[in-house]
Design a protein around this ligand. Structure first.
Ligand SMILES: Cc1cc2nc3c(=O)[nH]c(=O)nc-3n(C[C@H](O)[C@H](O)[C@H](O)COP(=O)(O)O)c2cc1C
Length: 333
């Protein structure tokens, strides 16, 4: 992990090296269908984050809300890397100074004491991953849930834990969303571009991370249109806990902040031995998104659903999805 850091000309300032490393570490963030929809622009003392238009799923995600959320996760990873390595780094979100396409700008000041919480997050980044197998171990406990909730809230987003009766409503919303998407040939064609096979391109979801048969779950996992190679047990997902990330608004700034919160919450869950699986189909389809919004009594706008739980400790770890080479996502000004 972290082995494909970009190479640096020898006369580059040390802060620029740190920003390049931060962008590289940002590349390990989770993203919708592993599209890695981020582009970094590197100058001597700033790193700008933009959407990579060629890696947005235009049918699934026409407003780029999930691409922006994915960029927020990459932003949190990059900011963590700088703070962990002893840099005073300031983030400006959606700077309105002419560069309209910029989602965020990170500016490095001078050296600062390494932030111990960021050091913990940075250590956890290599082991964080998506696990689509049923969660069958003991459920995450109240202390784990409180830690994940606090990490999400510290990033300005909120987390609602679904009550047992709401899990059936969630299952219905996911089922509705997946049926409506699967009935659209354009959606199927787009999914086929981003899922399946061995993914030598370094992006997309490989068959190795897709279950090799239907999983026993109340809430259906993402329908990738085919089974993959990931061995799954016949056990039921009964110890799953479902949460929704939601925020005060439904604009790009809210999606970006939700992505930062996703990164913080997911890394916290990983530190505590909990597996995380995002569910975005009910966010992608408007009727399902409205059903999820009703579950939080319309006090905010839902951005993503997550399943938290523990997988069989005796099973092999779930495989990691590939990544683009850092050079493919970083432009030097
Ligand atoms: C915004 C967002 C939405 C996602 N939606 C789903 C989903 O609906 N189903 C799923 O199985 N994985 C989902 N994922 C997980 C991604 O597929 C995963 O992060 C990506 O393939 C990279 O793999 P990794 O998390 O193991 O690094 C989502 C991730 C993000 C950030």
């Amino acid at each position: 992990m972290f082995s494909d850091a970009i190479t640096h000309p020898t006369d580059t300032p040390v802060s620029t090296h740190a920003l390049a490393e931060a962008a590289t570490i940002g590349g390990y963030a989770p993203s919708i269908c592993n599209t890695q929809p981020w582009r970094w622009r590197l100058t001597a003392d700033t790193l700008e984050l933009c959407l990579a238009s060629e890696r947005i799923m235009r049918v699934t995600d026409p407003e780029a809300r999930l691409a922006t959320l994915s960029c927020g996760a990459a932003l949190h990873h990059a900011h963590v890397a700088l703070r962990a390595q002893g840099w005073d780094a300031t983030v400006t979100r959606l700077p309105r100074d002419g560069a309209t396409a910029v989602l965020a700008r990170i500016r490095v000041g001078g050296r600062a004491p390494a932030d111990p919480a960021a050091v913990e997050y940075l250590r956890t980044i290599p082991s964080r991953h998506t696990d689509r197998r049923p969660v069958t171990g003991s459920p995450v406990d109240a202390a784990d849930l409180a830690a994940v909730t606090a990490a999400v809230q510290a990033q300005g987003t909120r987390l609602h834990t679904l009550r047992p009766d709401q899990i059936l409503e969630l299952a219905a919303a996911v089922d509705h969303a997946q049926r409506s998407e699967a009935g659209d040939p354009a959606w199927q064609a787009e999914l086929a571009v981003w899922a399946g096979g061995t993914r030598p391109s370094g992006s997309g979801v490989p068959d190795a991370a897709i279950p090799n048969r239907a999983t026993q779950t109340t809430v259906p996992g993402r329908d990738f249109g085919h089974y993959g190679d990931l061995p799954v047990s016949a056990a039921h997902d009964e110890s799953a806990v479902f949460v929704t990330l939601y925020g005060p608004g439904d604009d790009p700034i809210d999606w970006l902040r939700a992505g930062e919160a996703l990164s913080a919450g997911w890394l916290t869950a990983t530190m505590r031995g909990a597996a995380v699986l995002p569910y975005s189909a009910p966010i992608e389809v408007i009727a399902s998104r409205q059903a999820i919004r009703a579950m939080i009594s319309s006090v905010g706008y839902p951005h993503l659903l997550l399943r938290l739980g523990r997988t069989d400790p005796a099973a092999d770890p779930a495989p990691h999805a590939p990544r683009l080479h850092a050079e493919q996502t970083i432009d030097r000004a």
